[in-house]
Every structure is written in C-alpha cells, then in structure tokens.
Design a protein. Structure first.
Length: 406
C-alpha cells in the first residue's frame, strides 16, 4: 500500500515545509570549525539507536571521527543502526566502530567507559520522552531515574576524564512544564548546569521530530501496515523538525556551544506549528486515500474490519484531547531567559540558565530518593516535590492517560 511512499519528501512538503535543512546555513557558516573540532576525535553516543541519537550519529559521520562507540538498551535498534549505516554511502564510518546493548546506568557501562575511553565528544540521548510515561507512580519513578538520577551518575563519571564536548538532550516541554516528563527534563537541565563550571556542557530544547519512533505520525503508518484505524487529537499544534534536522541541531549545539548553553530552533508559531489532524489528512491524501471520519473508537475499529484489499478510504477517529499533562501549545524559552539570536542563523541560544549549587541539587535528589524508598509514594507526592523546586511547573492533571486511548 505504501511501497512507493517517500517519507522524507512528505515531511519536507507537508510537515516542516522546508525543501532544505533548517540547519543548512549554519553548517555552511561553521563548516571549518566543525571539521576542526570533530575530525580525528573519539566519540561516545548514549541512546544512539533512537530517532534523535541515530540522526546525531549520521550527522557526525559526515565528518571523520577516529572512534565511535554507541550504547543503547535496544539491541534490535543497534542492529538496525549498523545495517543502516553500512548499507549507505554517505557516512565516514571509522574502523574503530562498536555498539553495545547496555544501560548507561549499569556498572558494565562504567567499565566500558573507562576501558574504551578517553572520549573527546560524549552525547547522551537516553531519555523517557513521552507524556504517557507519567501514567502512575511506577512509570514516574522510572522516568525520573532515567532522565535525572542516572544523568547525575553519568556526570560524576565524566569528571574522571572530562571530554572536550558533552551534550545531553532536553525538550521544549522543559519550558514552563505542565507534565512530569517536562519537569524531569527541566530538573535535568538544572542538574547539568550545576556541573557547567567543571564540564563543557550543552543541551537543546527542540520541536517534535517528525515520524520519530513512538510518535503519533509514525503510528499512522504502523496502523496502515496493520490495517488498523487511526486515532488523532483535534487542535493540538506542534513545532516539527525532520529527523535529519534533529541530528544536525544537536551536533551544532554539542560542538559549537559554550558550556551552559541551551539551544533551540528559530521557528515561528504562526507559520511553523502544525496540528496533528492536518498531518493525518495530508498523509491520507498523499497516499491516495479518502478520509472516513468516525465518531468513536469502536466505529473506527469496526470499519477497519471491513476494509477491502485495496481500500479507497481509511477510518479515522478525531477527538478532543483531555489527558493529563497535555499542553495545547509549545514554547522554547521563558520570560527572564537571556537569548542570543545573533550567533547562529536558525538557532537561538539561552545564555543565563539557572545554575543551582551542588548542595541544592543534592537536597533535591535526597528528597526524591527518600520518597521513592517509601511505601507511601504517589504521583501527587512526586509532583509536589517537583513544584517546590521548579516554580514554573504547573501540572495539568485530568485523571486520564494516553494508554486508555486507541
């Protein structure tokens, strides 16, 4: 059904509206400096099998690194990454290239870090990135552990042999967060900034990566292949970057930024924010299918059962979003943050991010660890601790989660 579908072309035409990368001008401007800072370096990428991590690897392999070590908990993802890279002609794959299906919070990671290092460039993309991951106290504890507590152990490990460049990915949802995922990433930002005087740390808040792993748009294609109906919220608008742009953005941030910098793409809210329902409609049209709008999930499921071998239409259930932590708009920075909009063509930089001292970070972490160690831990208790230390955190709780929807 979608054998001839060109996903990259669809993203360029209907999602980002850009025929060339948003970062093209910045790469041209900083090409010589990027080459000087990347060529011949030893690189470690954590979470490298994911959508952004793998795109970062593809961006950095357009230069000539000496060593590339990739760590990710997804063994299958690493396998596909290797196959993808070695089946392409666009990348300078070093002779010293190896992947490990390892959790960066495990002892074995510390062993391979010390044995295979030192590393000049370290980039961390391991994260819980979905709002749906705040469904209950267990998923929240896992999210905070991955996004914050393990990041702390990584920073302490890096102090043993500091790299020239360290990057840890954030999210636009860290700006005035309304969900626990965004709050955890905001806390991660403040954690890494506490180390910015000892490590060359940079991060980036950026838009949704179009058709990334686990995203709703990619889910449309998955449902299509499985002959299942679509489900799509109405009126939820998001900024989008292409997978290529996500990797390039993080690469420029990691290499060209100054310690403590938070990068973000210069995107226009009126021109560049795209509603999910428009993506769904454009995708159906591009695939040559009519929209069959349904009034319920059950109606959509029943219609999917009756699809012909070569269908002319596809059932879609559109609904109003009512789940916890769902923000109706996106923003990259907040009032009071100092912006540098001059150094890069299509990237802005937040320069005066909050830098807590180590003692305050320790206190926050002790509160979280003590809470998780009790039998009385609850989602509300975690939210209250985060609100105490993150004044801009305004949690939206509706009692409903995305796992209850199709």
């Amino acid at each position: 059904m979608i054998a001839s579908f060109d996903l990259s072309e669809f993203i360029n035409r209907y999602v980002t509206g850009r025929s060339e990368s948003l970062l093209q001008a910045d790469f041209e401007s900083y090409d010589a400096e990027l080459s000087a800072r990347i060529n011949g370096k030893n690189v470690l990428v954590i979470g490298g099998a994911g959508s952004i991590g793998s795109s970062y690897i593809k961006a950095i392999l357009r230069f000539k690194v000496s060593k590339l070590v990739v760590v990710d908990i997804s063994e299958n993802g690493l396998t596909e990454l290797v196959r993808d890279l070695r089946s392409s002609v666009d990348f300078n794959i070093p002779d010293d290239f190896i992947t490990y299906p390892v959790n960066f919070g495990d002892k074995v990671f510390e062993k391979l870090f010390r044995r295979l290092g030192p590393f000049d460039i370290v980039a961390n993309f391991a994260a819980h990135k979905h709002v749906r991951s705040e469904k209950d106290v267990f998923s929240i504890e896992a999210m905070v552990e991955n996004n914050v507590l393990r990041a702390r152990r990584l920073l302490d490990l890096l102090l043993e042999c500091p790299p020239e460049h360290f990057f840890c990915v954030s999210t636009d949802k860290a700006a005035n967060p309304v969900n626990v995922m965004g709050a955890s990433k905001k806390l991660m930002e403040e954690l890494i900034m506490a180390y910015a005087d000892r490590l060359p740390i940079k991060t980036a808040r950026f838009a949704n990566v179009a058709f990334s792993n686990g995203s709703l748009p990619l889910g449309f294609l998955e449902r299509l292949n499985k002959r299942q109906p679509w489900s799509c919220p109405l009126g939820i608008r998001r900024f989008f970057v292409s997978p290529q742009e996500s990797g390039e953005l993080c690469l420029i941030a990691s290499i060209m930024g100054e310690s403590g910098d938070i990068f973000f793409p210069k995107l226009d809210a009126e021109k560049d924010m795209v509603p999910f329902d428009r993506i769904a409609k454009d995708l159906l049209e591009d695939l040559g299918l009519e929209l069959d709008a349904c009034t319920s999930e059950e109606e959509a499921r029943q219609k999917a059962l009756k699809l012909s071998t070569v269908p002319a239409s596809w059932p879609v259930y559109f609904f109003g979003s009512d789940t916890s932590g769902e923000k109706s708009y996106e923003e990259f920075f907040t009032d009071g943050e100092e912006l540098d909009n001059e150094s890069f063509v299509n990237l802005g930089v937040i320069k005066n991010s909050l830098k807590r001292d180590k003692a305050e970070i320790d206190m926050i972490f002790d509160k979280l660890n003590d809470l998780f160690a009790t039998e009385e831990v609850s989602k509300a208790a975690v939210v209250e601790i985060l609100k105490t230390y993150l004044p801009n955190f305004s949690h939206i709780e509706t009692g409903k989660g995305l796992d209850s929807k199709m």
